[in-house]
Design a protein around this ligand. Structure first.
Ligand code: S3P
Length: 450
């Protein structure tokens, strides 16, 4: 796999960006394609797979559970499904790396097995809350233990789960998905009601595998005991990876960026709506649906952005994009306000605190709130960000966001702890350079291979 070779980037100011790039496959969809393919009857082929560290953790865990998987090329995967009752226990803990999605979805998948499992992860994942998935699974009869609510997660396999009617306390696609995966082997009907719409990749993909589900308003229901049929899955480009180039194209002073084949699932594109409300010039063309997810091509031009009060209903639909949104907001004219985003506190890092620390280091006036942030935008063009050093705290999206800030920076930005960019966007550095960013490997002054 392509790995970043550096733990540190140095990014020098540039003002224009131009070109056409593809974005890598969607991380959420890639995890789900592997898992559902693993428990389906027959073969599943996946095209456009994201070969990143997070998705490879899911792939290796499935192999450890007895699923045979070939990878004829980086973005193509062929899974020999073992059927809904065919997984076998692993004698080793399953290592989810940095991937919260892998851990929470595997909790649902493994709760109903006739063997026990232990789930662990890297330093960041071992600090993240797992009770949000464990609690509803216990209501279904699952036996799951966490340590002070965090990993390691110990699952005592319980094949006789029962359906539940679950009203989710927080808007979380991972929790919704964990319950739905457990419900596949449960008795009776399981219903999950979400407080606000969250990404619906699991629902779309289950339907592709022949599973019948119903959606009524904010409730999804699923009858237990259904089998999955192996299929072909086309993975769209990851909108969350495209997001860095969306903002880059808007805050650049010249040039035009074209992105091809970007996932356009409306439960993911909240940032596009937010940027357009801010005045962004982004054109969408060639909308198409191949497989479970819609895609389109995007053309982004330099834009005069205005500050915004982020509409509350867009928060879950842009939940992974707020680090890069803050960069856009700093470059906009006037004040921006984000509220209702307390979920950012429990991502790969505390993204409100990490972004606040980074914005302070670069001299951007802002106020950190318990559930969001208020920023005073400087309104480019000009040097919105001072030179400075950012600690990404190993959070991939923080590192990539501050690299984009170099388009409105007055001097070099040094970004520490960048290796985890490979968890979601291996090759980011290379693609950013193709478009014109001046991003170097800080350790040697030589450009990274990513
Ligand atoms: C994801 C759901 C979101 C998102 C994460 C991926 C998924 O988390 O932040 O990056 O694939 O289901 P929550 O469901 O916890 O909000």
């Amino acid at each position: 796999m392509t790995a970043q070779t550096s733990d540190r980037w140095v990014v020098s100011p540039v003002r224009s960006l131009a070109g056409q790039v593809g974005v890598p496959g969607d991380k959420s969809v890639s995890h789900r394609a592997l898992m559902l393919g693993g428990i389906a009857d027959g073969v599943t082929s996946v095209e456009g797979f994201l070969e990143s560290e997070d998705c490879l953790a899911t792939l290796e865990a499935l192999r450890a559970l007895g699923v045979s998987i070939d990878q004829p090329s980086a973005s193509c995967v062929r899974i020999q499904g073992v059927g809904i009752e065919g997984l076998r226990g692993s004698d080793q803990p399953l290592d989810m790396g940095n991937a919260g999605t892998a851990m929470r979805l595997f909790m649902g998948l493994l709760a109903s097995q006739n063997f026990d499992s232990i789930l662990v992860g890297d330093q960041s994942l071992m600090r993240r809350p797992m009770e949000r998935a464990a609690a509803p699974l216990r209501l279904m009869g699952a036996r799951i233990e966490t340590r002070d609510g965090k990993p390691p997660v110990v699952i005592r396999g319980t094949p006789a789960l029962r359906g539940i009617d679950f009203k989710m306390p927080m808007a979380s696609a991972q929790v919704k998905s964990a319950v739905m995966l457990a419900a596949l082997r449960g008795s009776g009907v399981t219903q999950v009601t979400e407080p606000a719409p969250t990404r619906d990749h699991t629902e779309r993909m289950l339907a592709c595998f022949g599973v019948e589900l119903q959606r009524e308003g904010s409730t999804v229901s699923l009858q237990g005991g259904q089998r999955l049929r192996g299929t072909h899955v086309n993975v769209p480009g990851d909108f969350s990876s495209a997001a860095f180039f969306l903002v880059a194209g808007c805050i650049a002073e010249a040039g035009e960026i074209a992105l091809r084949g970007v996932g356009m699932n409306p439960t993911r594109t909240g940032l596009l709506d937010i940027l357009r409300l801010m005045g962004a010039d982004i054109a969408v063309s060639n909308l198409a649906t191949r497989g479970p997810e819609p895609t389109a091509d995007l053309l982004i031009r330099p834009s005069k952005l205005r500050g915004i009060d982020v509409p509350l209903e867009l928060v879950p639909l842009a939940i992974d994009e707020f680090p890069i949104f803050f960069i856009a907001a700093a470059c906009a004219e006037g004040r921006s306000l984000l509220r209702g985003a307390e979920e950012l506190r429990v991502k790969e890092s505390d993204r409100l605190a990490t972004m606040s620390e980074g914005l302070s280091a670069l001299g951007v006036p802002h106020r950190l709130l318990t559930d969001g942030m208020q920023l005073e935008g400087r309104g480019g063009p000009g040097s919105v960000f001072q030179a400075g050093c950012i600690d990404s705290h190993g959070d991939h999206r923080i590192a990539m966001s501050f690299a984009v800030a170099s388009l409105q920076a007055g001097g070099e930005i040094e970004i520490l702890d960048t290796a985890n960019v490979a968890t979601s966007f291996p090759g980011f550095a290379g693609r950013a350079r193709e478009l014109g960013l001046n991003l170097r490997d800080g350790a040697t002054g030589v450009r990274t291979s990513g």
